[in-house]
Design a protein around this ligand. Structure first.
Ligand SMILES: NC(=O)C1=CN([C@@H]2O[C@H](COP(=O)(O)OP(=O)(O)OC[C@H]3O[C@@H](n4cnc5c(N)ncnc54)[C@H](O)[C@@H]3O)[C@@H](O)[C@H]2O)C=CC1
Ligand SMILES: NCC(=O)COP(=O)(O)O
Length: 321
């Protein structure tokens, strides 16, 4: 079985410690390999340096297999070193090579610190999602956050709120619906996906009393796509579409911007939410949380979201192979 490759993420954050804990929980059952600088692992992490991902399966049963990627500097918890930014970015690219060449079954990325990468290496992407899309030569991907209780997709991702109404176009929303529909079928095994779509404005515009995007084009797009065979509800007021009875009516929700989508899932299931990129030619998951500098290196980070992310990646890889 090909391993799931875990990227190190920002080494000053909790990435290395949650990877070590995830290996301790799963490494005997799911072959794992960690890509990063072994100096950044918590002291005492049982690990073995390997030189080929094919060695991971056997090693993962007794130690964390490590494909070593030397960084410029050591890591100080909570204090990102600009000199390490290039290493963080290169590890993501190397993991992508491993999965695209078929040496790994999937990627599970540990959190990066976006500002540290911009400051340290002029990183041009707002996150993994966009960087992986560029590496894969894939123009359109979507970010889904998924847990037992909710799957949710922000149609626009890491942009300023002021830019949302302009960035949110009929073409973008159509592609987001199509990729989400396809991803639910291919990666979640849902034959006839039901998708709920939020409005952009409060109360989904309330008939034009609180904004016009719904009347101007969102209603029409949803009607058109319904007539093409998609099972869609909406545009729904975002404030009332995430309670339990509402969630039972759909397989995934599409929201119009980052916080509209991520607040409900992180409130419902911060510990077990998984970030999965749909539309890539390979499988990529990630925990839903960030680098957590405030607790890094203290040994108190909860590895549950990382564990769920690895489980999901492995499940997807196993069912799609
Ligand atoms: N996939 C990725 O690479 C992601 C990266 N980020 C980045 O992380 C950085 C920090 O973001 P924040 O907004 O501060 O969010 P954060 O998720 O790093 O931290 C928010 C709060 O949750 C706590 N927390 C997070 N993960 C935890 C865990 N596993 N166990 C226990 N407590 C945990 C932290 O201690 C903090 O109090 C930013 O640069 C952000 O862009 C954020 C989300 C995902
Ligand atoms: N807020 C979610 C997040 O920052 C994850 O972004 P990405 O690095 O997975 O693109």
């Amino acid at each position: 079985m090909k391993p799931v490759v875990m990227t190190c993420g920002e080494p000053a954050g909790i990435g290395p410690e949650i990877a070590a804990q995830a290996w301790a929980a799963l490494g005997r059952d799911i072959p794992l390999v960690w890509l990063g600088d072994p100096r950044h692992l918590p002291e005492g992490t049982p690990h073995e340096i390997i030189t080929d991902a094919a060695q991971a399966g056997a090693v993962s049963k007794r130690a964390l297999p490590v494909l070593a990627h030397p960084f410029a500097g050591n890591a100080v918890a909570g204090e990102p070193d600009p000199a390490n930014a290039v290493g963080v970015i290169d590890v993501i690219a190397r993991a992508t090579d491993l999965v695209q060449s078929g040496e790994a079954s999937a990627i599970c990325t540990a959190p990066i610190h976006k500002k540290a990468l911009k400051d340290g290496a002029d990183f041009a992407y707002p996150g993994h999602t966009e960087y992986l899309a560029a590496l894969a030569g894939q123009e359109d991907v979507v970010m889904m956050l998924a847990s037992q209780q909710l799957r949710v997709v922000p149609a626009t991702i890491h942009i300023a709120l002021a830019e949302v109404p302009t960035a949110l176009t009929p073409a973008l929303l159509r592609r987001t619906i199509e990729i989400t529909h396809h991803g639910l079928q291919q990666q979640f095994g849902i034959v006839s996906p039901r998708i709920a779509i939020s409005g952009l404005n409060p109360h989904a515009g309330e008939g034009g009393a609180m904004g016009h995007e719904e009347l101007n084009w969102i209603n029409g797009l949803i009607d058109d796509m319904r007539s093409e065979g998609f099972t869609l509800a909406g545009p729904l007021p975002a404030d009332t579409m995430f309670h339990a009875a509402a969630r039972a009516k759909y397989d995934a929700a599409i929201a119009m911007y980052h916080d509209q989508a991520l607040i409900p899932i992180k409130t419902l299931d911060f510990d077990k939410g998984v970030n999965v990129t749909l539309g890539l030619p390979f499988i990529r998951t990630s925990p839903d949380h960030g680098t957590a500098f405030d607790i890094a290196g203290k040994g108190i980070a909860n590895p549950s979201s990382m564990i769920e992310a690895i489980r999901m990646a492995h499940r997807m890889a196993t069912t799609s192979s």
